[in-house]
Design a protein around this ligand. Sequence first.
Ligand code: PA5
Length: 435
Amino acid sequence: MSKIRLEATAIDLRFDESILEQVQQAHDYLHQNGGSAGHGFLGWIDPPAESGELAEELLGAAAYIRGKADVLLVIGIGGSYAGGRAGIEMLTHPFRNQLPPEQRNGPEIYFLGQNLSASYIKGLLSILEDRDVIVNVISKSGTTTETAIAFRIVLGWMHNKYGAKETARRIIATTDRSKGNLRRISEAGDYRTFDIPEDVAGRYSVLTPVGLLPMAVAGIDIQSMLRGARDARDQYSTCDLTQNICYQYAVARNKLLNQGKLIEILVSYEPGMALFAEWWKQLFGESEGKDGKGIFPASVQFTTDLHSIGQYVQQGPRHLFETILWVEDAHCNVELPELAGDPDELNYLAGKTLNFVNEQAFFGALQAHTEGDVPNLVLRIPRLDAQHVGHLFYFFEKACALSGYLLGVNPFDQPGVEMSKRNMFKLLGKSGSTL
Ligand code: PA5
């Protein structure tokens, strides 16, 4: 696998002695699994083996779903949603659900439980009336309101459609090994289950059954993905900052924060990476935004947003920096044709490719933003395949964990999120929850 590279413009990547000591301490927290807040949540550090028992089981379940269903409905929110969808959108056809079955590679995949919109769920169920459906409901706690409500509605719909016995064969629950409502419901309903490891927080769980099962159903080579993640684990297990670009990234963003750069914008030039940016925002926002600290994680899609937010980036307050995900081999290309008479004055580009034009847009924006005093980090990704995407998931998980420790917060808890969840329970009148 060719390596991911990190480059910086207008950022001094030299690091002083004091930061090296802090990196060593954060590294020890992560690798010695002790002494730190959140030390019980380091299960993601060792991704599952690509040819281990879990991978085999997931592939077996994926084959069952692919053989039986027209549609996989994935129900979940936050860390129990974003990573799997990000992987699918990055690695499959941009209009996958619209493809004819023989070209699609697996069932159509839809997501619900990420909102409380009646029109969304009603609209979705209405297009599934005459389709064969299998459900993967995902919740670590088993009590998250959006997921639980969507699942209850879908369960009733499935019972009407298939009856209780067949419904049980069509539900797969991904949840805690022993605790929570979803575990209890699964046992009572005799559903097939996959465990979410207790020592993996939701937003670090993409490389567990949470993300891997939906991705395997979409035909993604999850064994390659795990290989990529394990390569990343090996590559980023050194504390030597000169060798570890994952740590360089974490340190650079903390250095920028100390210089008043309060916002980090993740930039990509491929629409298929939009959900990856959502996953990244959740990872960093939920891990670092606490105790009055943290960088605000934002994202843009270029070139689309060069025509909107690009103005703010270029000339708004200078409190932001960009991290660009640049894919070097875009795996498909389109050549611009010559047009007689040149009515649109584009013949100067005839014979050039869209990737070439996209790259010039990248260079142009990079230069303009650098001149506009926006520091830039560029992560050069050789190509978007399962192995590199696995590597990328791991890269950001580890960078986020290290970065959180450098910031002095616990990167594995989410007291603010829990507060909203509790308030919602109270306001809805859940028994045992008082205002
Ligand atoms: O990262 C987290 O812990 C959260 O974003 C959770 O993933 C999210 O709230 C969903 O929780 P659960 O899986 O318990 O339904």
